[in-house]
Design a protein around this ligand. Structure first.
Ligand code: AMP
Length: 449
């Protein structure tokens, strides 16, 4: 007889993971909160496909950008079409704007989207190959008020999720008029320090010098301190636009830092760019010899980028052959969810049941189905173990779940239309007609909230 071949169980793909149980509620809560705030400000929802034509991303994001060069999941269909799993949302939303003739709607068109995105990055803390983003785009108007409104939505949503100590880092990247001179000066500066650059930055120097400012390598970070700033090169139009954005932020009391070297990962940005951080509070002073501890002076400066965005007035030309000004951002849902958990913020309003249904016998089991539906209709959550038949097994579960009240439906109760309600703390049980139980249970449960 042939020996059975021992096969390894199939596991999920590296960098892509299952989201389970309460983590799903966290992800949903972040998505819902952004959408709730955005819809208040007049945004409309849009969902775009996970697969797009590769060309949608190649030029618009920048052929030398990390995402296009190294991180896109590209595939070729049997018919020979080149498709990619979407690495970000803005290009798709912009495509949809043109494809559905949204230029003929009142401008600007304000859209909110969310879902999974894919980048072949090295998986690490807060960085996955499939991750979730939720974002907004305001398309068709270049007024600085739009930049401010988009930041308002971002800030309010994070606050609504219970995240305090949020700060926005802002900068302006200028436009086609003023950026070339800055680029030239940047190149001259880095040329003088070329030998100190890391390997990647030596390549960036040739392909995309603005990204030199974005490198996380220690030597490059040190070099950045004295690098030229776009702020000193802004033309009058960009300067005015940026100061208006800051005025609006001041007016709304949104805290921001001017980060004069902030650039973003994609080529399509112009004028305003921003990133949002949760400033971690300084940790307690650590005992000497405590290896787990973090040095306070290090931790004070630790920041987690939760999201980012900016203005992209030139993207329309690349996607729809028309200059359409726009601004938007994307928030990393996984990172926000993780932060909420770390801060013990709940994933949703309290829904832990305070009631457990115990049923004994076939008639009671059937009646339980009706009772549960009655409770669902009046919004009372109930735990149960309908597949267990013995009283002891069900009582064991109630005590494990620490539920204060048990509703008992036995053969007798099923026949005469009553239920037993037992306090798990005192063991005292009373019998109530079913309709009285339904009518009074909500107020009764209040004493346990
Ligand atoms: P980006 O589209 O690169 O501007 O990213 C916007 C936000 O999405 C970031 O600030 C992160 O919070 C999140 N993000 C980007 N890439 C990843 C990734 N590989 N894994 C998890 N979150 C990500």
């Amino acid at each position: 007889m042939a020996k059975p071949i021992k096969k390894e169980p199939v596991m999920s793909v590296k960098g892509m993971h299952d989201i389970m149980f309460d983590d799903v509620h966290y992800v949903e809560r972040v998505m819902k909160e952004v959408r709730r705030v955005a819809e208040f400000y007049g945004f409309q929802p849009i969902t775009t496909p996970h697969l797009e034509k590769t060309e949608l991303f190649e030029r618009p994001l920048g052929e030398e950008s990390d995402v296009v060069e190294k991180q896109m999941y590209n595939l070729r269909t049997r018919g020979g079409d080149k498709l990619s799993l979407r690495p970000e949302g803005t290009a798709s939303v912009m495509r949809a704007y043109f494809e559905h003739g949204m230029q003929s709607l009142p401008q600007p068109v304000k859209l909110v989207y969310g879902g999974s995105f894919f980048r072949h990055e090295t998986p690490q803390q807060g960085r996955f190959r499939e991750f979730r983003q939720v974002g907004v785009e305001i398309i068709g108007d270049d007024d600085a008020i739009n930049d401010a409104i988009s930041i308002r939505v971002l800030f309010s949503a994070l606050q609504g999720l219970g995240l305090k100590d949020i700060v926005i880092n802002v900068n302006s990247l200028g436009d086609r008029v003023c950026r070339p001179a800055f680029r030239k000066e940047l190149l001259a500066y880095y040329k003088r320090h070329f030998n100190q650059l890391c390997k990647d930055c030596k390549q960036r120097f040739k392909d995309n010098p603005l990204r030199l400012l974005d490198c996380k390598e220690e030597t490059c970070v040190a070099l950045r301190k004295d690098a030229p700033q776009m702020m000193d090169h802004l033309c009058e139009v960009c300067k005015k636009h940026f100061s208006e954005v800051l005025e609006y932020l001041d007016e709304m009391g949104i805290p921001y830092f001017l980060d004069v070297h902030l650039v973003r990962g994609f080529d399509y940005y112009s004028k305003t760019v921003f990133e949002v951080f949760e400033i971690m509070s300084p940790p307690q002073v650590v005992e000497e010899g405590d290896e787990q501890g973090v040095k306070p002076e290090v931790a004070t400066f630790t920041k987690i980028a939760l999201g980012g965005g900016g203005r992209y007035d030139d993207l329309g030309e690349l996607i729809g052959n028309r200059k359409i000004p726009a601004v938007g951002w994307a928030l990393g849902v996984d990172r926000v969810a993780e932060l909420m958990k770390k801060k013990s913020i709940k994933s949703r309003p309290e829904t832990h049941p305070k009631l457990f249904l115990i049923q004994l016998g076939p008639a009671a089991k059937k009646k339980s189905l009706v009772l549960m539906e009655e409770l669902r209709k009046i919004g009372v959550p109930i735990a149960h173990s309908l597949s267990k038949d013995s009283l002891r097994a069900q009582l064991n579960i109630v005590s494990k779940l620490e539920i204060p009240l048990a509703v008992i439906l036995g053969q007798k109760e099923a026949l005469d239309g009553t239920v037993g309600v037992r306090s798990m703390e005192t063991g005292i049980q009373e019998t109530l007609p079913m309709d009285k139980f339904i009518g009074t249970i909500k107020s009764r449960l209040k004493e346990f909230s």
